[in-house]
Write a protein that binds this ligand. Sequence first.
Ligand SMILES: Nc1ncnc2c1ncn2[C@@H]1O[C@H](COP(=O)(O)OP(=O)(O)O)[C@@H](O)[C@H]1O
Ligand SMILES: [Mg+2]
Length: 496
Amino acid sequence: MDRQHDLELILRSRMPIVVIETRDEKRMLDLLRNIALARASDTYVPLFRWTVTDGLQRLDIDLEPQLHNAEPPDVLKHIRAVTKPGMYVLLDFHHYLEDPVIIRLLKDICLRYTDVSRQLILISHRIKLPQELESFVARFDLALPGADEREKIIKRVAAEYTAANPGSRVQYDPKAYNLLIQNLSGLTDRDTEQLARNAIFADGVISKSDLPNVMQAKYDLLNLGGILQYEYDTAKFADVGGLENLKRWLSLRKPAFLKDRKASHLDTPKGILLIGVQGCGKSLAAKATAGIFNLPLLRLDFATLYNKYHGETERNLRESLKTADIMAPCVLWIDEIEKGLAGRGGETGTTQRVLGSFLTWMAEKNSGVFVVATANDISMLPPELVRKGRFDELFFVDLPSREIRKRILEIHLSAREQAIDEIDTDAIAEAADGFSGAEIEQAVVSSLYAAHAQSTGLSTRHLLEELERTKPLSVVMEEKIGHLRRWAAGRTVPGD
Ligand SMILES: Nc1ncnc2c1ncn2[C@@H]1O[C@H](COP(=O)(O)OP(=O)(O)O)[C@@H](O)[C@H]1O
Ligand SMILES: [Mg+2]
């Protein structure tokens, strides 16, 4: 009811154009019809709807569409010629707002509004108005349902379930029920209802197992071909060898991040930056962070941000960050952040603005979005990004020590169903000095092929031979890694 009241106020504000950006077109039309019909007879104004397919049509009473007014200039000329007040809802008119004739016709109608109050209501998912019209426009935000309204929707769907399945009531785990109310935030009424229906009608139970599906469906609804990826396979921290310091740090902050009631006096962590040697588990650790927090993982690819959306980079960044805010609580993973932020020839202005937008969002965000960014190449990292206070902590991920190499080896052998006790993991860990986690994994993969080719089981010998054959990246990049370590010494804390 409140929204109907707000909309009525805007309609009465005597602005010739009212702009409403929404994807919930049906609900908007229902609201408008209610408003028109509720008006007293002395203030009654007819309500019309226009689409390019049907032309003009009365909305408040049942009349056939007038197909002859389907062309955009025709409908505007028609409205301009009308001498009585009216409200005209133009659906998906955003396509035509760059045409000079259309702009002029709109302006004509606006300029004569004081003589004849014909009000235009533009409804589209997104509307960019030409500047010359801005002063004639009021905007209405169809606010999204709040927690109370979401709960009402869920209850309504639950009642529908009971009606459809006589004798059965929806069962719910109270914790999952509250999470469902929370996780449905940021969606329209219609989408909220749809997702609640999917969750409830599947089995008549609201349980924790419904939540990943809800989050994924929500992501699908929100992400209109954007650059934010939903990552399905998050890792477990047991999949990561080493990085004990990082694991400890994250475990300590989990309650504060998840807003545990007992942790309400703790500051909410914002995010971390993982810097270090390639192939040592930064990306893996980012995925595992979502695992440890038990939250959806969204990946923002800065490189695609530039390449795919040339010229619209900033807006796409802002929209992606907004989507992440709506998906909260979640982990936002920005892999190889330096690639998206390093000055690009001729594009340094954009880069600066993108960095600015990102840092502002980081500083102001008060949401449940935990950022995990990774970087390999410090020479490309803008200094503003690593300044104190941007991220909660900068972790350095170095080549693994012998102990950790052994652990990584065991992880990857077990992942491929190899019996660890048959293999001299100590000897192999020793021989793998200078190898990254990725290279150790690669050695396991290759030696399994070798053993298979010889029709034998995997043995220590296969692994040692494989290591022997490989020249690890750390040898080739010795100088670079030395430089990286010196840079990291004063600026970062060790991941291990
Ligand atoms: N510390 C580690 N523990 C377990 N596996 C690792 C580790 N480091 C690297 N790997 C393996 O190597 C792969 C590539 O590592 P990745 O996380 O992409 O490294 P980075 O992002 O630091 O370049 C991982 O998916 C994993 O299989
Ligand atoms: Mg990586």
